[in-house]
Design a protein around this ligand. Structure first.
Ligand code: HEC
Length: 116
C-alpha cells in the first residue's frame, strides 16, 4: 500500500514537473510577455516574412516601405500599421491576420519605445 502511495506521489510530482517545463518552453517560444522586444531581433523578421514581398522595393504597395527600422517605426508610431494588422475587416496582410503573438509583439515593441 505504501509503495502504491509512493508510486502515485511520484507520478503526480512527475506530471507537475512536465507541465511546468512545458509552460516555460511555450512562453519562451512565443516571446510575448516578459522578453524585451527589439526591431532587429523580433520585428524585422516578422516584416521580412510577412510584409516586404509587397512593402519594399522601388514601388512598394500602398506607398508603404517596411524594410527598415525607420520606416517600420514611422508607420507604427504615426501611421496605421497597428490598426491594420489588428483590423479584422480590413487586415494586413489582406490574406488574413498574423498570429496573435506576433501582433502582440509589435504592440509591445511600440509601448516599450521602439527599441532598435
Ligand atoms: C500581398 C501584398 C501585401 C502584403 C503581404 C502586405 N501588404 Fe500591406 N498593403 C498592401 C496593399 C496593396 C496596400 C494598399 C491597399 C490597402 O490599404 O489595403 C497595403 C496597405 C497597407 C497599410 C496601409 C498604408 C496606408 O498608408 O494606409 C499598412 C499599414 C500595411 N499595408 C501594413 C502591412 C503589414 C504590417 C504587412 C505584414 C504584416 C503587410 N502590410 C503585408 C499589400 C500587402
Amino acid at each position: 500500500m505504501t509503495n502504491l502511495k509512493k508510486a502515485i506521489a511520484i507520478l503526480i510530482i512527475g506530471l507537475f514537473c512536465t507541465s511546468c517545463t512545458k509552460a516555460i518552453i511555450d512562453e519562451n517560444g512565443s516571446t510575448t510577455t516578459s522578453d524585451t522586444i527589439t526591431y532587429t531581433e523580433h520585428i524585422q523578421p516578422i516584416m521580412f516574412n510577412n510584409c516586404t514581398t509587397c512593402h519594399a522595393g522601388e514601388t512598394p504597395l500602398g506607398g508603404l516601405d517596411l524594410s527598415s527600422y525607420a520606416t517600420v517605426r514611422t508607420s507604427t508610431e504615426y501611421g496605421n500599421l497597428i490598426d491594420r494588422i489588428n483590423n479584422v475587416s480590413n487586415p494586413m496582410p489582406a490574406s488574413g491576420l498574423l498570429p496573435e503573438n506576433k501582433r502582440q509583439m509589435i504592440g509591445k515593441w511600440s509601448e516599450n519605445g521602439f527599441l532598435e
